[in-house]
Design a protein around this ligand. Structure first.
Ligand SMILES: [Ca+2]
Ligand SMILES: [Ca+2]
Ligand SMILES: [Ca+2]
Length: 572
């Protein structure tokens, strides 16, 4: 609100002019008109001005994306507990894998054009730090379709760090370090790197039949052992043993070593490790297992990072479907960390997995007014990822979901493979993390999901209204949704009118509410429509399509401006 008021200030020269003429009634009237015009021109409407809100994120598990260099595959690694491939097989012969599949930095860079042409501007990659070099021999063995068991698994996913300063040997190539990867993505493809990082835990740390190297151990930047669970149960850890002090005397997630957030050495260790990766080119962080560490810890961590890198963008995974709980992380006193919008995920999959769903069921997660979040426009929106079943939708369901995700509020995140509905409906250990490879990338280019995603993502890439605009809902009913996104700030004016049809038949739209006069341009066809004051916009939207009309000057519709003022004042 402060910001808005500041922008209403009348220029000093005009004030003088006003005061000179204020005694002459007729002139006063004219000046009041001029004043309200000026006020209108300077009034700001936006969902957010956060730079990161312009991004669209492609999330890939590096090991499962593309093997660009077979020389780093370590096919003989692990000895008695091998790490390569390790299939788990269903009764019907379906396969998932808990070993390394060979994906690496080279595979990402070789396909950066594929990702950028689709309309993405950021890649979120799984953690890059050194993982144990064997499969885990403790715990309960994981089987096809299973969950919450780590026996037989490897650190192919990156979430089992043992040296948080050191790159895992499966990822780089001779001329491609992490630094070289981030530089090339940035300079040659305009792509930012979002690094997935873990602070809550190290690797599985106890229940091993024999001690396994690196499991439960943490090393510093010089390779010195600084923490060791020593294969004992958490309750048997000894606080007088310096190697045990890094860990909590409790289990949180299977046999993972649970980091002791109350030990100041822990915060120092992770701060310097993750500052190091920012120096190597990480543009933003995705924080794993956010809810498994206290707010006070995250506040200190984010203060440490932002002391060196002000405004560094971070979003976290707090696996919860409770908006109030999620919103706690976004408050400045808790570190000001954005979150993956799990509440949104629930509504989105509910609507797009079911062809008979009603569009009105999607709105509940948006919180466009009186939001519990610091800003609902800065949340990361998604419909699936590596920790849950892939959306169980048809191709049309994926197309409709993408059209929604790239036009509604939030920063869209797409999990690799969703551009072809890869392994749709399968969970983590039933194929959701399977190897993608160049064959699927080649196939994708003819897939209707890929084609439609590229269209809408590239439109968002060039539209500030779709990235940051206030969302004003018009009509959500059956297969139809209509809403505006409006950005009027700092001399930049753009309104997007979004019309979505998730049905199998063409849908007719008649938009009159809040419609401003002016020349609107249909974004894909570039066809122009002239709207006069009080008239309506009539158009058809084909089955499973989106139409977006853009207006590139300020809105004149006074009912709309009133609504926008109300929305601006009740956002937070
Ligand atoms: Ca490889
Ligand atoms: Ca390793
Ligand atoms: Ca914890």
């Amino acid at each position: 609100m402060k910001k808005i008021l500041a922008q209403h200030k009348i220029p000093f020269s005009l004030l003088i002019f006003l005061s000179i003429l204020s005694c002459q009634p007729q002139t006063k009237l004219i000046l009041e008109d001029k004043h309200s015009e000026l006020k209108r021109a300077n009034q700001s409407f936006y969902g957010t001005t956060l730079p990161f809100a312009s991004e669209a994120v492609y999330f890939l598990m590096t090991d499962r994306f593309v093997d660009g260099d077979s020389t780093n595959n370590q096919v003989d690694q692990g000895g008695k507990y091998p790490t390569f491939q390790q299939p788990i097989i269903s009764k019907e012969g379906k396969k998932a894998y808990v070993g390394y599949m060979g994906g690496d930095f080279k595979g990402i860079l070789d396909n950066a054009d594929y990702i950028s042409e689709m309309g993405f501007t950021s890649i979120w990659i799984t953690p890059i730090v050194d993982q144990p070099d064997q499969a885990f021999a403790g715990g309960e063995p994981i089987e096809f379709g299973g969950a919450f068991k780590d026996g037989g698994k490897t650190g192919y996913h990156g979430y089992w760090g043992s040296n948080f300063f050191k790159i895992d040997e499966h990822l780089p190539s001779k001329d491609l370090s992490f630094k070289q990867l981030t530089e090339s993505l940035r300079n040659n493809y305009g792509i930012k790197t979002i690094l997935d990082i873990v602070l809550n835990h190290g690797s599985p740390a106890f229940s091993m039949p024999i001690n396994q190297e690196k499991f439960g151990q943490i090393f510093d930047s010089s390779g010195k052992l600084i923490a060791d669970h020593q294969n004992v149960e958490p309750k048997d850890l000894d606080e007088n043993n310096p190697l045990h002090r890094f860990y909590n005397k409790k289990t949180e997630i299977v046999q993972l070593s649970d980091i002791n957030e109350n030990n100041p050495e822990v915060l120092d260790y992770f701060t310097s490790a993750y500052l190091h990766w920012i120096d190597q080119g990480a543009d933003a962080f995705r924080l794993d297992t956010l809810k498994h560490m206290p707010h006070a810890f995250w506040k200190k961590f984010s203060d440490n990072i932002r002391e060196k890198h002000p405004d560094f963008f971070m979003f976290g995974e707090s696996y919860s479907f409770d908006a109030k709980f999620l919103a706690e992380h976004t408050q400045p006193e808790n570190g000001g960390i954005s979150v993956l919008d799990f509440v949104g995920k629930q509504s989105i999959t509910k609507v797009f997995e079911d062809p008979n769903s009603d569009f009105s069921d999607i709105k509940s997660y948006l919180y466009l007014q009186h939001s519990p979040y610091q800003s609902p426009y800065e949340l990361m929106t998604f419909y699936d990822n590596h920790d849950m079943a892939r959306m169980n939708a048809t191709s049309n369901g994926f197309i409709d979901a993408n059209n929604w995700l790239f036009t509604s509020r939030g920063i869209p995140v797409i999990y690799y493979g969703s551009e072809i509905a890869f392994m749709a409906g399968t969970s983590e250990h039933a194929g959701n993390r399977n190897y993608f490879g160049v064959e699927n990338i080649a196939k994708a280019k003819a897939d209707p999901i890929y084609l439609s995603l590229s269209k809408i993502a590239n439109l968002r890439k060039n539209s500030i209204a779709l990235q940051k605009g206030l969302q004003v809902n018009l009509e959500f009913k059956n297969n139809k949704a209509a809403f505006y996104r409006i950005y009027e700030h700092d001399g930049v004016h753009q309104t997007a009118l979004v019309l979505l049809n998730k049905g199998d038949n063409t849908a007719a739209f008649e938009i009159k509410k809040y419609l401003s006069e002016g020349t609107w341009q249909e974004a894909f066809s570039e066809q122009k429509i002239k709207i006069n004051a009080g008239s309506q916009l009539q158009t058809d939207v084909e089955a499973h399509q989106v139409k977006v009309y853009l207006l590139n000057h300020s809105n004149q519709n006074s009912a709309l401006r009133k609504k926008l003022t109300e929305l601006m004042n009740s956002k937070g």
